[in-house]
Design a protein around this ligand. Structure first.
Ligand code: SF4
Ligand code: SF4
Length: 83
């Protein structure tokens, strides 16, 4: 079976915070070695000030992914092998 290819319009590596799953705990912000995650200053439907990627500088290290206690709240996009 062919693997699914999703085209995204961003420089990789990068992350995306799924705003509705974020609880605004700030652990990803605290642990990112590149300081490229910040509070958005906006609130999701649960009332949390969710985090967001600043848009550049991510190394794809996945530390934020493992630091986040909310399953699925952070997606890490890496370059495909050979890219
Ligand atoms: S993958 Fe690493 S560099 Fe990128 S946002 Fe997460 S912790 Fe920061
Ligand atoms: S660690 Fe997860 S829940 Fe906490 S602010 Fe970051 S994305 Fe949101």
């Amino acid at each position: 079976m062919a693997s699914e290819i999703v085209e995204v319009d961003m420089t990789l590596p990068a992350i995306k915070v799924v705003s509705e799953l974020c609880k605004g705990c700030g652990l990803c912000i605290e642990h990112c070695p590149k300081n490229v995650i910040e509070f958005s200053g906006k609130f999701n439907q649960m009332g949390y000030n969710y985090a967001r990627y600043t848009g550049e500088g991510c190394t794809g290290c996945t530390i934020c992914f493992y630091a986040c206690p909310e399953p699925g709240a952070i997606i890490v996009y890496k370059k495909a092998k050979g890219e």
